[in-house]
Design a protein around this ligand. Structure first.
Ligand code: DGT
Ligand code: MG
Ligand code: MG
Length: 245
């Protein structure tokens, strides 16, 4: 798994006036940049992103760059960063040009998960984190923007509260039912490659020509974007090919 994360995006999102708590244009820009990476690097079988981060899951048998970590993380982060910069004005509009003093940059890391179970735990952790942050941010910005509270007062109000307390504040004070918030905000984004006729053989068992043909199919495959639960078993049971890759 390789994860990229925006560097100093707390300040960066302020500098370019991202909508609070969620800017759909910025999330779309992240998603489209991740698709560029996925189209370019066919070893990616699934990607999950929210906020300023994206996790790319590589197939178990991945032999890209002989699995050298520096090559992998630098290629992923530079491809992602290049796409993010190139697609910036497409999604953020012509009125917010990037200035060289405030460029969007990303860091990246690689982690090898020793089993499917632990890989699933990792992805579940990221999606749970998305939910927790989103519930907090939604309530925090409702208190500030709709409740006219200072940021300090809002933070104090939310200190030591549980999910149910935040849901209650949103509902009783602002008429917001958290369940009805957009799924992309609550669940983040899952990207999958839709491949029906790709061989399930191990790449080591394929000839050079067969490998090239498979690579072509993977490059052309459609990328599906989902905003659904991946913590429960349903997601995985309905898509057994992800972990069998
Ligand atoms: P880092 O990753 O250690 O360099 O520091 P940050 O500042 O990037 O921190 P991080 O990655 O933990 O948090 C992401 C920040 O990005 C968080 O402060 C909120 C901001 N952000 C991400 N997406 C949005 C958005 O759609 N709207 C707004 N207003 N802010 C966003
Ligand atoms: Mg960040
Ligand atoms: Mg982050």
């Amino acid at each position: 798994m390789i994860r990229v994360d925006g560097r100093g995006f707390h300040r960066f999102s302020d500098r370019y006036n991202f909508e609070k708590p969620n800017d759909l244009r910025a999330l779309t820009l992240m998603n489209e940049s991740a698709k560029v990476v996925m189209r370019d690097i066919t070893d990616v079988i699934l990607a999950y992103g929210d906020s300023d981060e994206y996790s790319f899951v590589l197939r178990k048998q991945c032999q890209l760059f002989e699995r050298r970590e520096s090559k992998l993380i630098s290629t992923f982060v530079s491809t992602f960063t290049a796409a993010y910069n190139q697609l910036w004005s497409v999604h953020m509009g012509p009125d917010a040009p990037l200035d060289v003093g405030h460029m969007p940059t990303f860091d990246s890391r690689a982690v090898v998960y020793p089993s499917d179970k632990i890989l699933r735990d990792y992805l579940s952790w990221r999606q749970a984190d998305c939910h927790i942050n989103n519930l907090y941010n939604t309530t925090f910005w409702a208190l500030v923007l709709k409740g006219n509270q200072t940021r300090t007062a809002a933070a104090l109000r939310l200190k030591d509260t549980f999910s149910k307390d935040k849901n209650e504040i949103l509902f009783s004070e602002f008429g917001i039912n958290y369940n009805n918030e957009p799924e992309i905000f609550k669940k983040g984004t899952i990207l999958l490659r839709v491949t029906k006729d790709v061989t399930l053989k191990n790449p080591q068992d394929l000839s050079e020509r067969q490998l090239q043909r498979e690579e072509k199919k993977l490059k052309k495959a459609e990328i599906q974007q989902l905003h659904i639960d991946l913590i429960g078993d349903d997601f995985w049971n309905e898509r057994p090919w992800i972990l069998n890759n």
